[in-house]
Design a protein around this ligand. Structure first.
Ligand SMILES: [Cu+2]
Length: 123
């Protein structure tokens, strides 16, 4: 009886551990250009997102933090999975922006993320 209890306890721990490993193995954004929290020169018209594992982006929004319209994307998002994706859009005026993205990882999981940066006023 005790042995069985121990065995199910071990099984429970194993299930927990493998569950955690699966979560840790999710594809995630590992870098961006511009980097989160940085300020870049005026005229920025593309961003790059890098992922730990191939991702197929389905939505990228570049939106002013203080309201206003989203930046207009100038190209379409790649249809294939990729570790790094460059997204072009109409040049940004000065201000603070947030980028939010949604993508599908190769394991089928829908992942989302965001980062923010500022565009400096022209000197
Ligand atoms: Cu996943």
């Amino acid at each position: 009886m005790r042995m069985r209890l121990l065995r199910s306890a071990i099984m429970a721990v194993l299930v927990m551990l493998t569950g955690t490993a699966a979560v840790l193995a999710h594809a995630r954004m590992v870098a961006s250009v511009p980097r989160d929290g940085t300020t870049v020169a005026a005229g920025l018209s593309e961003i790059e997102l890098s992922f730990s594992k191939p991702m197929r982006l389905t939505l990228v929004r570049v939106h002013p933090l203080k309201g206003g319209d989203d930046a207009v994307l100038t190209g379409s998002l790649p249809a294939a999975f990729a570790n790094a994706v460059t997204v072009g859009f109409a040049a940004l005026g000065p201000g603070a922006y947030a980028v939010s993205w949604t993508g599908v990882a190769e394991d089928g999981h829908v992942m989302k993320g965001s980062f923010a940066f500022s565009v400096a006023a022209p000197q």
